[in-house]
Design a binder for this molecule. Sequence first.
Ligand code: CP
Ligand code: NVA
Length: 297
Amino acid sequence: MKDLISIADLTSDDIQNLIKSAIALKHGGRRPLLEGKILALIFEKPSLRTRVSFDVAMKQLGGHAIYLSQAEVGLGEREPIADVARVLSRYVDGIVARTFANQSVALLARHATVPVINGLSDEEHPCQVLSDLLTIYEKKGGLEGLTVAYIGDANNVANSLLLACSLTGVEFSIASPKGYGPKEEVLALARKNGGQILIAEDAKQAVQGADVVYTDVWTSMGQEAEAARRRSAFARYQVNEELLSLAKKDVIFMHPLPAHQGEEIAEGLLDSPHSVVFDQAENRLHMQKAILVELLG
Ligand code: CP
Ligand code: NVA
């Protein structure tokens, strides 16, 4: 494994090993496993969790991170992506990139001689979902046989989650408005992995028997012009206490954040007894460490 671009590049064993490593790093105290290593963070879109957790992870592992905004790098604008990849490979030990087009981060990986990690693209958010599996594993004591219900837009996070569930024996049900459901190619990949997938008629059906209810924003970064249309299309897909009451009694509620209260979640839902969103956010740090040690160590 040189890069981490898509969950589809991983095996079930890769995921299990990353979860084990993240747990060991979380509880094992700070060790300088990446002493002297330098990570470049290239971000075309804003970020709180991904940027800070990678930066802190590098520092706690004895390394260093350099943040580069799109205004500085001009990925594909100031110079070709292939040249950025080849130049950065002469300076740093790894690259995390958050891009609009998935092709941009894939191109970086193709031309870089150092590992490239997808820090979110329009198609996938693999680091988010690997840390989410860690959270589910911790909260439920394992993964096999669980059911995750995803309510809302079949976006980057949903794609990665669908693929990751299919690799780890987690059943996946999804409810989305017409036109916003999962793409056939993602479903085909997940089914090839043996994934059990239910495309539900509505949110109530999707959450029946669910161990985890997961949602994300209706309007992802880069889709702002569609916000009004999306608000009306998704109006019946809000996650609230009433919806959670239809899932298993001990259901946990997850969201990658940032959240829009009053849209995809009801006001106050982040503080529901079912909500694990801040433990989920913390686990970004522990999983970033596992990913970094695997690829840069
Ligand atoms: N969940 C997540 O990736 O958050 P950021 O966009 O703040 O990095
Ligand atoms: N789907 C969201 C996730 C943010 C972490 C977006 O792409 O904006």
